[in-house]
Design a protein around this ligand. Sequence first.
Ligand code: C2E
Ligand code: MG
Ligand code: MG
Length: 454
Amino acid sequence: MLKILVIEDDELIRETIKQLLESHSYRVIAAENGRVGVQVALSDLPDLILCDVQMPELDGYEVLRTLRQNSLAATIPFIFLTAQGAKADFRRGMELGADDYLTKPFTKLELLGAISSRVSKRQTITQPLTEALQQAEARLNYLVNDSATANVVSPEKLALEALLRRALAQGEFQVYYQPQVDITNGKIIGAEALVRWQNPDRGIISPADFIPLAEETGLIIPIGEWVLLSACAQAASWISAGFSPFRISVNLSARQLSDPKIAERIVQILEATGLEPANLELEMTESALVDNASVAGATLNQLKALGIRIAIDDFGTGYATLGYLKQFAFDTLKIDRIFVRNANEDAQNSAITTAVILLGHSLNMTVIAEGVETKAELAFLEQNKCDIMQGYLFSRPEPAPVFENLLHLGKPLFEAPRSTVSPRIIPFVSLSEREKSEKPAVPVQASANGRSAR
Ligand code: C2E
Ligand code: MG
Ligand code: MG
């Protein structure tokens, strides 16, 4: 069945065309403005596009210009719909590469005739989709690193967005796990879940390269939900296998925090996976909170009331830090690795890290040091009574099976200190034996499309 995209801001006209085409066995996707139209064109790759010229924001000419620059959509037949019969407009559209032009009001026969003539021509000039996709993927090389494009809607960004959608649909995301280590004995007491994109052509793509766009386009909502579901299922499975106490930390983005349904979804995920709320910690950055202060505050209170722990991530790299510590009762404070780096010898980092640990403890928070890479940093953190550590010194983030090996080995990830430091008691809730035995076994590492990633 041929797929036709109708981009038209006038609802009556849009719906009339849709009904007419559907009654002639076309599949119709309707877009109410140019921006949505471009996104749908790139993600759904219709067989033909009917597009109004006069639209606010992104008009028909801009839609056409954008699509013609994109290897995925460049050859889709494009028919302008306009109320204007002016020759200049007609010429402008054709110069930009439109295939045809219908002046409103047009008859049913004119519309159907224009469509069938364009569709049959297309069949003789079809560019294979795989070739177009390859070109789009080749662009990833520079796109994913091009932060300059972060706030501009460009054809390249839209192509990347289409690839992200495809990645989600085809199960290309994976969750890696990085151990969190108890400073008093070197044992793993939890893990941070970190998403990775396993692109078929480019290999592993790190979150820093695609989370900002996922955030901007809203795709972070389904991606983040999938990460939560996978990580909670995995943690529940490890706990029921006897690795306890164990807590899983999952990052929540600004967009997720402002989603009014997030608390409800998290409850559903906990119920579906059998993970106890006390075994889940949600990490958020100061900037994510600043972006949505009122909604985020309400969401945080709901999540805390459920017994889920909340961590402030990358502490000290955002703004309004101290005010936010007062406003939100965080359970955990994660010191960013820029302060942990060389804290043993860099006077400024030493002062900041020491002060932040004291601050966290005096506000009754568990303190985690991120990015611990050297034994000297570890010794410094022990001396200063940090609670938990995370970093390459112990392990990089690893796929679930590799992380699980570490759990099975059960060895401390560093030699327990012989220092005079008295261990701080970490407020950690473990499951009772009864709760553990009641827990259902949970499939390990579900992937986005429900297939097992192992
Ligand atoms: P983050 O939450 O602060 O995660 C810690 C980052 O530090 C991870 O980078 C981790 O691989 C890296 N790291 C850990 N130990 C060391 C170390 O010793 N040295 C160095 N140089 N780096 C270390 P990663 O996995 O690339 O993630 C980057 C950021 O992307 C994360 O920072 C987080 O903000 C975001 N992110 C990752 N996964 C997700 C996710 O599922 N959802 C959301 N919303 N954001 C995510
Ligand atoms: Mg984090
Ligand atoms: Mg962090």
